[in-house]
Design a protein around this ligand. Structure first.
Ligand SMILES: C[S@@+](CC[C@H](N)C(=O)[O-])C[C@H]1O[C@@H](n2cnc3c(N)ncnc32)[C@H](O)[C@@H]1O
Length: 249
């Protein structure tokens, strides 16, 4: 990293009122830029901020809404979704795990802005009051039930670009079954997003047990068509570390 220089003191006339205060401010900015620019320090800050943000759930991710409907995501990941949708312009977005419908509504709003795309959102539970939107179809059932998978496949036409988001039951075996069931649907260049890879100590919720992260690892060991796209973790905090899987093959 190039070092920024402090302006040299050329003469006693530089010692004007406020000069030292300004100098210490400049020095403070340089020191903190250097400290947080260190990859190890950046990793530590990210990890502790992640724990703070995730741990204070009642004021953070349990109190996040899209146009009034709760959604259980980190806003920095929502911005990544916005960028993905703009880049890929999927014809169909498949979401497993609807809960209140906030994430489906968010994705549908982006489709409205792009004037392109539809959302199919699957949940094992039916809930009243989910947002109704012409671009959303809610499917009731388990995401790994053959009839659900078939219903989703019937929504896909030849040449469609498809993006899949897995956000239902977060236990490893279920997520791995979803990965295997939906991977073929993802079009080359598009993404299979494994949500909440952060649990089971990556770096939060250390006692969760094997979850999405472990499923992602097992899946990548058996399917070479996908690779982790770390660039989607550029905002440091993401609930989906190593969870943005890009189809490359
Ligand atoms: C984390 S929430 C979804 C959050 C939502 N995507 C959001 O961001 O606001 C998980 C949802 O998955 C559903 N779920 C659990 N097991 C499921 C399964 N086997 N198939 C489909 N949905 C399931 C739950 O009923 C719950 O509503």
């Amino acid at each position: 990293m190039r070092r920024a220089r402090l302006p040299a003191l050329s003469s006693p006339s530089d010692h004007k009122p406020g000069f030292l205060r300004e100098q210490s401010r400049v020095l403070g900015r340089q020191v903190s830029a250097r400290v947080v620019g260190n990859p190890l320090v950046a990793r530590l800050i990210t990890r502790y901020f992640h724990r703070l943000y995730y741990g204070m759930r009642a004021r953070t991710w349990l109190d996040t809404h899209w146009l009034g409907t709760p959604l259980l995501k980190c806003p920095l990941d929502l911005w990544i979704y916005q960028e993905l949708l703009h880049e890929i312009r999927p014809h169909l977005i498949v979401e497993t795990g609807t809960r209140y419908g906030g994430s489906a509504a968010y994705l549908a709003s982006l489709c409205d802005l792009l004037d392109h795309g539809r959302v199919i959102s699957i949940d094992i539970d039916e809930a009243e009051g989910r947002p109704q939107h012409p671009r959303i179809r809610y499917l009731h059932g388990s995401s790994t039930a053959p009839e659900c998978i078939d219903a989703v496949k019937q929504e896909v036409s030849e040449g469609d670009r498809v993006l899949v988001i897995l956000d239902s039951d977060h236990r490893r075996d279920h997520v791995l079954a979803e990965l295997r069931a939906y991977a073929d649907l993802v079009s080359p260049g598009s993404y299979l997003v494994v949500e909440d890879t952060n649990v089971n100590g990556h770096p939060v919720d250390p006692f969760f047990g094997p979850g999405p992260f472990e499923a992602m690892r097992d899946f990548l060991a058996e399917d070479a068509r996908f690779e982790v796209d770390r660039a989607r973790e550029k905002f440091y905090l993401t609930f989906n570390p190593s969870g943005y899987l890009r189809r490359v093959g």
